[in-house]
Design a protein around this ligand. Structure first.
Ligand code: WT7
Length: 667
């Protein structure tokens, strides 16, 4: 039984939502009267054509009754960029800092006000327009974490162009595939960037991608706009004397950002957009097949992102918000760019890594900017835990009030470290569950209102109606486990997969007619808390007992010698499946029989004898995608000793696979 942590007085005192009852009341209203609930928020924004009462939300979630569709505020007309910038400047926030920028090297930093951001966005938007980019045209973005990335996204929103950001850690093949799939006319990049001491040759990657797009997909980019970034930052490693030797330059296509915007006006009339006009798309990998172009639209995304930011981080006027996610992911889109700006917030954009120049970089940044809300991923927390508490203690983290986590279930071990060591026992932790597809948070505690259980994502956000279904599609009431689905749309749910509405319907709506299917499993405990147990395809069935890999991983990482664990299923002649566990150790810990026995005992003790792992293998690292997801497919192959592992190009470090094969215990 896990302990319940109540929000501290420190958090509750000035909280926007200081009680759980209040949350329940608001949630009830958001479900019973969506129009009443959301139109209050909509009223804060600017509408060129206001919404005419009638059909605030219309949808079909039941594939047996026809095509799936979702529409919010149909008939209203607005512009998201105008709401994020012009509206805030007009409301007196022009001189407020929109972003602090902290470079990869600690000597590189800058800041930008709302007013300045608006003028840069207008100039870039005008330049795009002058080059023929119009409403509905697609713009691919392959950029480091610099201000131009945000300027470019907002400029697209201003003129109705649809941006498609590709995380700059993706290979040139992935970039080629994604920019061809979305039919991008323009590609925006930088000459290069530093990540720690590593130099990323971004322009060269784009050169290769443009080449591949042409030969493989018969797709040509009209303009490649390049930010000259390397010259203005401190070199963190070896740099060629002649930067132009790092890439090709094709005068017909390539243009420097500074030349592109040269002479453009800082005033740019926005393109007025229908509520359901596309805002952006973002590719996410499917469990099979090609990447999926998740499409988000205008009004609903604005409402939900703004609202979730406010309540989930308990945002106040003078706060300094920091989300460490790269803008290449949905977390970065919503909680680095759109949501903070919609609230006229000040936030931080960090270009570097948590490990450069030292392993306390995150904590030194929190101290430097007096960050009030810190939002990161469990994998980052675990990797920083490894270095011990001493590095944290060097810094004053008193400014922190809300901590948040996203991307995977957070194991109780990491949760406690985050809570006690980083948060000093005074901060609330928002364990936010969402997906590229959901646009914003769907399950999450709210800092001043929700009691916390380490590892639980708490309760549904406003407008969200979750359900747990069994294999037959029957609703699991009360305590129990099942498929995590949603019974109705909230404003920021995706509207389609770009160019493939059939795949949209079959991937998310065909398994359980009437519901959006997340692909995750979840458990509801006796107090109604929801626990996301991980992707349903990561479920294990040992002798008829269902359990989730993350459940076992949480237990393994309770052992002080273990920093991270990954569990996969290995076929077993008697039990059906058995547990095969990979463990990464903390600095100084030794992998020996004693550890293996302790771990087996621990799992037996915590979950049950049926859950006792068959194999525990030492792992120097795990095969992870660039978004930090463990590729369990590969671990399952290693578990059975099958070297036929297929494509490993999406891994951050493909060499780890060979090492893991070598480390297999001989028995
Ligand atoms: C998948 C979505 C959402 C931002 C980054 C990932 C897992 C995400 C949590 C959480 C448990 C979580 C789910 C989900 N996930 N947040 N708080 N607790 N699991 O976006 O790449 O679309 O991945 O991430 O499995 O389905 P994404």
């Amino acid at each position: 039984m896990s302990r319940v942590y109540h929000p501290s007085d420190y958090v509750v005192e000035k909280s926007l939502l200081p009680s759980f009852d209040e949350y329940k009341k608001m949630h009830k209203k958001s479900i019973e009267d969506p129009e009443g609930f959301w139109s209050e928020i909509a009223n804060e924004f600017y509408w060129q054509t206001p919404y005419q009462p009638g059909n605030f939300v219309s949808y079909n979630f039941n594939i047996e009754k026809g095509n799936i569709f979702i529409k919010w505020m149909e008939g209203a007309v607005t512009n998201v960029c105008f709401n994020l910038l012009d509206r805030n400047v007009r409301n007196g926030h022009g001189d407020k800092i929109a972003y602090y920028w902290e470079g990869n090297h600690p000597d590189d930093y800058s800041r930008i006000t709302y007013k300045k951001l608006l003028s840069l966005v207008c100039q870039f938007a005008n330049a795009l327009r002058e080059n023929g980019i119009r409403k509905g045209d697609k713009v691919s973005i392959y950029m480091p974490m610099v201000m131009e990335t945000i300027v470019c996204m907002l400029a697209c929103a201003r003129i109705g162009a649809v941006h498609s950001v590709v995380f700059a850690g993706f290979s040139c093949d992935s970039l080629a595939e994604r920019m061809s799939a979305c039919e991008a006319k323009v590609l925006v990049t930088a000459d290069g960037a530093w990540r720690g001491e590593k130099l990323l040759n971004l322009k060269q990657m784009c050169d290769d991608a443009m080449q591949k797009a042409k030969t493989k997909f018969n797709h040509s980019i009209e303009k490649c706009i390049v930010v000259s970034h390397l010259k203005r930052v401190t070199a963190c490693g070896k740099l060629p004397d002649d930067l132009s030797s790092m890439y090709n330059w094709n005068d017909d296509v390539d243009v420097w950002w500074h030349d592109f915007v040269e002479g453009q006006s800082t005033i740019c009339p926005p393109e007025w957009m229908e509520a359901e006009d596309p805002l952006f798309m973002l590719y996410t990998s499917g469990s099979t097949g090609k990447p999926k172009g998740v499409l988000h639209t205008t009004a609903g995304y604005l409402l939900h992102s703004a609202t979730s930011f406010r309540y989930v981080f308990d945002y106040r006027d003078k706060d300094v918000f920091w989300c460490t996610a790269d803008v290449g992911w949905i977390t970065g889109h919503t909680y680095v760019v759109y949501a903070p700006l919609a609230n006229a917030a000040t936030s931080l954009v960090f270009e570097g890594t948590p490990f450069y120049p030292d392993n306390d970089r995150y904590w030194s940044i929190v101290e430097k900017y007096k960050v009030t809300q810190f939002y990161t991923a469990p994998t980052a927390i675990r990797s920083l835990m490894k270095f011990g508490d001493g590095l944290v203690a060097k810094h004053n983290l008193q400014s922190l009030r809300v901590l948040a986590s996203v991307g995977e279930p957070i194991n109780p071990e990491a949760w406690h470290w985050y809570y006690n060591v980083i948060g000093g026992g005074r901060c609330s932790i928002s364990d936010t569950f969402f997906q590229t597809e959901t646009g914003g948070h769907v399950l999450t505690p709210l800092p001043g209102a929700t009691p916390m259980k380490p590892g639980s994502a708490g309760f549904p956000f406003f407008g969200v109606e979750p359900a747990l279904l069994d294999e037959e599609g029957k609703i699991v009431e009360g305590p129990g486990e099942g498929y995590l689905v949603f019974a109705r749309p909230w404003p920021s749910i995706m509207r389609t997969l770009f160019g493939d509405h059939d795949r949209f319907e079959s991937t998310y709506f065909s398994k359980f007619p009437g519901y959006y299917c997340t692909g995750d499993g979840a458990r509801r405990d006796e107090d109604g808390f929801l626990w996301v147990t991980g992707r349903i395809d990561d479920m294990l069935n040992v002798s008829g007992h269902l359990m989730s890999t993350s459940e076992v991983e949480g237990v393994l990482t309770e052992e002080p010698r273990v920093s991270e664990a990954a569990v996969v299923s290995k076929p077993h002649p008697v039990k059906g499946e058995s547990l095969y566990c990979f463990v990464i150790l903390n600095e100084g810990a030794k992998f020996d029989d004693d550890l293996v026995n302790c771990l087996k005992k621990l799992v037996r003790g915590r979950i049950g004898a049926f859950a006792a792992p068959d194999v525990i293998q030492y792992a120097p690292g795990l095969p992870k995608t660039r978004s930090g997801k463990i590729m369990r497919r590969i671990l399952r192959k290693i578990a059975i000793g099958d070297k036929n592992i297929g494509d490993t190009s999406t891994l951050t470090d493909p060499s780890i696979v060979e090492e893991l094969f070598k480390n297999r215990p001989q028995k």
